[in-house]
Ligand binder design. Structure first.
Ligand code: PHE
Length: 354
């Protein structure tokens, strides 16, 4: 008798489970699902009734039958919970229907900043010539920013007025050249490196000045580096950056850490007037080069032997060249931008164009 009861209870439990799951699956809206819930879990619901019938089960079978009913309750409850979120209540089901013809929400995709892009472009040209990329600290001390580079105490750039001093000794580097000395102290020639990074000068901000801007420094040291190597590397760089038709001009200049030094110009990429000589009349004057036909792009020179001594190299054995260029200036020329401030204002309309 106990066995029959147990078997029939078992069948019943299974049957109720099966029909409950089917009915839950078929429920077309929240109202229909609620009806199914009442049918099984209501005060006189089928599952509720099963619990009541437990009194008729022999004590030997009670534990097992109880377990079966409990697991049925769990399974069916879970089916209810899973189904519910997908249904809208009968009344506003139409209002809540998704209109798949509406345009979606466009995700904003960010992209690389024009300055980072220009740094990558400059570096990749030098990488293709065998250079390695090296970086250094933006907070620098007087030794690396000045002394190691042969910049004397009376030099104007050492005035607090011309440099951002943090205290008596530490400052925001005014150029990327200190990394030259830092690198040479730790490495032996031969090497060819480029050093991108931020530099700081307390200039009043206007269309062509910013208190913070970026430079890419270059340094090549080996046993027989000549000025012609410097000219060759920079000419190759300028042609890749601005086009094969570019002409180069090396003007004598002065930097305490290079000897001889040069300021390097490219022929004007806007008016291309060097071919015909400088423009004379006012109305013809080019807005980029002012009629001069040339635009300055960087400073360079052969590494001063004093710098080699400062870092413990033998100036009789090694020679090298160095250069430093302003990234904003290169980007302004390349993309025809009229105001350096545009790079730092975070105006999406400007940045999106690159
Ligand atoms: N450091 C120099 C500047 O900031 C540029 C430069 C670098 C010149 C390397 C010569 C050699 O103006």
């Amino acid at each position: 008798m106990g066995l029959t009861l147990k078997v029939s209870m078992k069948d019943k439990i299974q049957e109720i489970g099966k029909s409950a799951i089917e009915e839950i699956a078929l429920a077309a809206d929240a109202d229909a699902l609620e009806k199914v819930r009442v049918k099984y879990f209501g005060r006189k619901g089928l599952v509720t009734e099963l619990f009541k019938q437990m009194v008729g089960v022999s004590s030997a079978d009670r534990a097992e039958v109880g377990r079966l009913i409990n697991s049925l309750k769990e399974t069916v409850s879970k089916a209810f919970d899973e189904k519910a979120p997908s249904l809208s209540s009968g009344r506003d089901s139409r209002a809540q229907k998704i209109d798949i013809t509406l345009p979606g929400i466009a995700r904003e995709v960010g992209h690389i900043h024009p300055i980072s892009k220009t740094i990558e472009e400059i570096c990749s040209i030098f990488i293709s010539l065998g250079f390695k990329v090296v970086e250094g600290p933006e907070i620098e001390n007087e030794h690396y920013n000045f002394e190691a580079l042969n910049i004397p105490l009376e030099h104007p750039s050492r005035d607090a007025f011309d440099t951002f001093y943090l205290d008596d000794k530490w400052l925001l580097r005014s150029h990327t050249s200190p990394v030259q000395a830092r690198f040479m102290e730790k490495n032996k020639p031969p090497f060819a490196i480029v050093i991108p990074g931020k530099v700081y000068r307390p200039d009043a901000t206007d269309a062509s000045h910013s208190f913070m801007f970026h430079q890419v420094e270059g340094l090549v040291v080996s046993d027989n580096i000549k000025f012609s190597d410097l000219k060759g590397a920079l000419t190759l760089f300028a042609r890749q950056m601005f086009g094969e038709a570019i002409k180069m001009r090396f003007r004598p200049s002065f930097f305490p850490f290079t000897e001889p030094s040069a300021e390097v110009d490219i022929s004007c990429i806007l008016c291309k007037s060097t071919v015909h000589g400088p423009r004379s009349t006012e109305e013809k004057r080019c807005s980029l080069c002012g009629g001069k036909g040339w635009i300055e792009i960087l400073g360079a020179g052969m590494v001063n032997p004093k710098i080699f001594k400062n870092v413990g190299y033998n100036p009789e054995k090694v020679t090298g060249f160095a250069f430093g260029m302003g990234v904003e200036r290169i980007a302004i020329l390349k993309y025809g931008i009229t105001d350096i401030r545009m790079f730092f204002e975070n105006d999406i309309r400007f940045l999106r164009q690159f």
